[in-house]
Design a protein around this ligand. Structure first.
Ligand SMILES: O=C(O)CCC(=O)C(=O)O
Ligand SMILES: [Mn+2]
Length: 201
């Protein structure tokens, strides 16, 4: 494992580990996740209209009273952890010193898939959401923009990498994966999250 690096940006707390998983582990996990995750193409509401989300997704992890995640107009019911997901989770739980409760798994089939500007700031994620993001497959650009200061930053998320976003990051920054012509290979991204019980949620 390579040591992580801290990305210094105002009002953010970001750590990046370029090779948290070895090439061999990453190849195996990519193939196995592609085959075993229950991929779905969800519908979201964009500018008041329903449309297919430009990527496949699945939601896994802990379930329970008050732990219902609403995302982009959808209500997600988690599937049970799989051995691959638990393997990945144990490594990042230890590294981040966090007990991640759930994961949103994304499949970007090629450069026509992406995710638009957003913050992961739903109230069920708590005051300062902790997001652990693992990537396998094609390298894609991850962009950040500060909500008011006009600052932008980008980095390439490579095969086997881990990006930890915590502290005030989600309050002050948005992120996205832009669509990009010419990318033909798929990418799998796993954003592990910590869900807090919300009364009446
Ligand atoms: O694919 C990525 O790296 C980011 C995904 C993301 O931001 C999300 O699922 O909330
Ligand atoms: Mn996100």
């Amino acid at each position: 494992m390579t040591p992580g690096q801290t990305i210094l940006l105002p009002e953010a707390e970001l750590h990046y580990y370029e090779a948290l998983f070895s090439k061999k582990e990453s190849d195996r996990l990519f193939d196995s996740l592609l085959k075993h995750i229950d991929w779905q193409q969800g519908e979201g509401t964009f500018f008041g209209k329903k449309a297919l989300i430009p990527r496949l997704q699945a939601w896994y992890g802990e379930t329970g009273e008050g732990k219902i995640y609403k995302y982009s107009g959808m209500t997600l019911i988690p599937l049970d952890w799989t051995p691959d997901l638990l393997f990945i989770k144990s490594r990042i739980d230890e590294l981040a010193g966090v007990h991640f409760t759930n994961v949103l798994v994304n499949l970007y089939r090629d450069g026509r898939d992406g995710v638009g500007w957003h913050s992961d700031d739903e109230s069920i994620l708590g005051k300062n959401p902790i997001i652990g993001s693992v990537s396998f497959g094609a390298t894609r650009v991850f962009q950040l923009r500060h909500k008011t200061r006009g600052i932008r930053f980008e980095l390439e998320l490579t095969h086997g990498s881990f990006l930890l976003m915590q502290g005030p990051t989600q309050h002050y920054w948005q992120h996205r994966i832009p669509k990009k012509a010419g990318i033909t290979r798929p990418r799998i991204n796993l954003t592990f999250r910590v869900l807090h019980e919300v009364k009446g949620g």
